[in-house]
Design a protein around this ligand. Sequence first.
Ligand code: MG
Length: 456
Amino acid sequence: MGALFGTNGIRGLANIDLTPEFTVKVGTAIGTFFDGGEVVVGSDARCTSSMLLSAMISGLASAGCKVYNAGVAPTPTIQYTVKERMVDGGVIITASHNPPEYNGIKVLAGDGVEVSRKEEKAIEEIFFDQGFRRARWDQVKEPSILEGVIEDYLAGVTRHIEVEAVREKRFKVVVDPANGVGSLTLPTFLHRLGCKVYVINAELDGRFPSRPPEPRPENLGELARTVKALKADLGVALDGDADRAIFVDETGKIHWGDKTFALIAKFFLMKNPNSTIVTPVSSSSIIREVVNKYDGSLVFTKVGSVEVSHKMKELNATLGGEENGGVFYAPHIPVRDGTMTTGLILNIMAESGKSLSELLSELPAYFIKKSNVKCPNELKGKVMERVIKEFEGLPKETVDGVKVFFSNGSAVLIRPSGTEPAIRIYAEAKSEGEVDILTQRYTNFLEKVIKEIREV
Ligand code: MG
C-alpha cells in the first residue's frame, strides 16, 4: 500500500500531484472515515485552494457528510472552529509555508487537532482499497456556508489576553502576513487590543509576490526595516496559513522562534511551576535551560507539529513549541497559532514593562550549527547503531535520532533525514568556537563510520 500523508498532511504540486479528481477521491475516503458525519472545511488563499476545496466538498458530500464551509481563513481559525462547533472533524486545503505552486490537505479530528498517524493510516486504507461509503441519492446533504468564523475565533483568542494591561501600553506593531490569510485575523486582533497597527504585504495573493511564505529571517528584511523606520515596539511575520509567528524586536532584530518560545515558557513557568513543556527533540537548548531553571519538566517529541499536539493531549500539557515559530497553547487549542502566540508575547511585554529586546537578552544564549552528511538510505540504520554505541553512558534522548547532552551545556543531535539520503547534525554550544569543534568532530565521525560500513 502506498502512502498519502507526509509529516504535515498530504502535500504536493497543485494540479500535478493534487488534482481535483485526486482530491475528490481523498475527500470520499475522509468522509468515509468520518462515517458521513459533520465536517467543517476551509482553505488558505492559494491560487488553487478554491478549486481543490470544491473537489474536497464534493468527495465529503458523496460519502454522506454534512459539510460546513468556513471559506478562506487561517489554519488555526479553522481548527478552532472544528473544536467549538463540536462537529466530527475538519479538512483544510493549505500548503502552509510551501512555495505557491504547492497545495495540501490537512485532516482534523473533532477536537481540531490533526488526526494521529494511526488515523491517517485508516484513511489511506480506505483510499487505496476504494472502500468508500456512498450516500444514496436522496441522502446527499447540501453543503452550508459557515458565517462568523473569524469573529468567534478572535473572541476565543482574546479570552487569554490581559486586555486592559495590553491596551494601556498602546503598542505600535507591524504585521507581515506574506499576502496570506493571517491578514484576515491578526491586524483586527491587534486593533482591538488598542495597538497602533501597520500592515505590509496585506493583500491576499496566492502567488505570494512580496516574500516567500516561510517566515525565515532571510525573508523578513522588509519587516525588520519597517519596524525600525516606524520606531515600532514589535514586528510579527506569519507563514502562509498563519500558524507560525516570528518576531522582530524594537531595534529591528529578527529573532528565531526558539527564543520567543523560551520567553513564553519562562513566563508561563513563573506562574505555573512544575508544568510540563513539550517540544521536538530538534529544539535548541535555550528551551531546556529555561525549563530547568524555572522548575518545569521538558518532554521531547519526534520532529513535526502533529507530534507535539498529540504528546500534549496525552500528557494534558498546557504549553508546547517549536523553534520555527510554532507555539501551542492548550487553554486555547493545542495547535500552533500565530495570532495566539502574538497575544502571549504582548501579555509578557505589558506585564513586564520591558521591550522585546530586553526580555530576550535575559535568556541564555546558544550558538547553533546545522549540517548534513551524505548517507545512502540503506545504511542509515547501521550508522545510527554506531552513533548510539559512541554515546554509551552519556545522558541522551532517542525519541527521534540521538541527542546527547554534555556536562558543559553543549548538545548534539544526530538524526537521519526523513526526506533525503543524509544524516543531519545539530550542534549547540555556549561559544561559537565550541560549536564549530562539535560539528567538525561529528562530521568526521559520521564520514568515517559510513566509509567503514560501506567497506564491510
Ligand atoms: Mg503553517
